[in-house]
Design a protein around this ligand. Structure first.
Ligand code: PLP
Length: 382
């Protein structure tokens, strides 16, 4: 039996969502832009899905735009906002964002847009003073902050950032929140916080791959990345995948409606996992926020001293435990995780942090077995 502890990479589809998806694939939905009956059926499925997601996020229906993934939503938010009028004032973002924010930000910087980078502390937490300084001094057009970090599980102080933005002396910048890892795991109050743009991805909450969401507050102007069709209120050209969108809407509704109970359950399992690991392995450190401080309830990043991360992940895989490293692999070499580097770890440590992320299908029995397997593998490696 395999134990899947990589839900931050993608979270398997639940039986209910899969059933809905397959049902709709059998319905021969047409192109939602067509005016005949098949097209109208597809359009109705998309309209209903938009309403379902809007209700789950407590936002207006017209603010929900469908994309292909969280990465596309992030690109649309950053490039779309900066390439629209006023964008020359630039961007502020944090050094621990997902690469689908970091790369467009670097690209915009190279193209001459001013970009301010906000640092984090050794736990992966944003320093509010730095956020305030950047908002006050840069006069930027867009602030982009992730709600929850995918590697170490730190949370951004969204209540406080919302307050700071309300007092911005040179006018309130637009605010984009990458909510991909936060959705269904921590409470999100987009409307109360005054968020202008937010990114989500269905496959992180048990929906199908291939559906992302960009929340865009009504009136926020974005230059589209994809031209050539009037879909999604002229914000994104391309024929929509009605069946996948409906499955995504169901997954998002379920994830949001069970957020509180899921967070409690996943928090308990994460604690069990961490306590178990401390019992079976010496010289292990938890990276990121402490277990008793606000954090993503399903995510642990652990460092086993003097253990090569890539070997550990490969050995665990052979034993049926699937986990991942935050560090990226390029041309055969392991690049240190930019998140761990930004938190002050050295390159060797930043290559070795093991990410264990739990999800809806993780059971207590899985945690017991994963701990036993990890103890055995670590003993062998040491
Ligand atoms: N943002 C964050 C914080 C993520 O963790 C990820 C994926 O891991 C993404 C964006 C990109 O989402 P997708 O895989 O749907 O492109």
């Amino acid at each position: 039996m395999r134990i899947y502890l990589d839900h931050n990479a993608t979270s398997p589809m639940s039986a209910e969502v899969r059933e809905r998806f397959l049902e709709l694939l059998d319905e021969d939905l047409g192109n939602p832009s067509s005016t005949h009956a098949s097209g109208r059926r597809a359009r109705a499925v998309i309209d209903d899905s938009r309403a379902e997601i809007a209700a789950a996020l407590c936002v207006p229906e017209e603010s929900v735009l469908f994309t292909a993934c969280g990465s596309e939503s992030n690109n649309m938010a950053l490039r779309g906002a900066l390439e629209a009028p006023g964008g020359e004032r630039g961007l502020a973002t944090t050094v621990i964002e997902h690469s689908s924010v970091l790369e467009p930000a670097r690209d915009l910087e190279q193209r001459g847009f001013p970009v301010s980078w906000i640092p984090v502390d050794e736990r992966g937490a944003l320093n509010l003073g730095s956020v305030q300084h950047v908002i006050e001094s840069s006069g930027c057009r867009l602030l982009s902050t992730m709600a929850a970090n995918n590697e170490v599980g730190s949370l951004a102080p969204l209540d406080e950032i919302s307050e700071l933005l309300g007092k911005a002396p040179s006018g309130r910048p637009l605010w984009h929140v990458d909510g991909v890892q936060a959705l269904g795991r921590v409470p999100l109050r987009l409307s109360d916080w005054g968020v202008d743009l937010a990114s989500f991805s269905a496959h992180k909450v048990g929906g199908p791959l291939g559906v992302g969401i960009l929340f865009r507050k009504p009136g926020v102007e974005l230059r589209p990345l994809a031209l050539g069709g009037g879909q999604e209120s002229n914000a994104r050209a391309g024929t929509e995948n009605a069946a996948a969108i409906a499955a995504a809407a169901l997954a998002i509704r379920l994830a949001c409606s069970k957020q509180e109970s899921n967070a409690v359950r996943l928090g308990e399992l994460s604690t069990m996992l961490w306590e178990g690991l401390q019992e079976v392995a010496a010289r292990v450190r938890l990276l990121g926020p402490d277990l008793d401080s606000p954090r993503l309830p399903n995510t642990l990043n652990v460092l086993f001293e003097n253990i090569d991360g890539r070997t550990l992940v490969a050995r665990l895989d052979l034993e049926g435990v699937e986990a991942s490293l935050g560090s990226a692999c390029s041309s055969g070499a392991i690049e240190p995780s930019h998140v761990l580097l930004a938190m002050g770890f050295d390159a060797e440590e930043a290559r070795a942090g093991l990410r264990l992320s739990l999800g809806a299908c993780t059971s207590r029995a899985d945690i017991h077995s994963a701990v036993d397997t990890m103890g055995k593998v670590l003993n062998e490696l040491r």
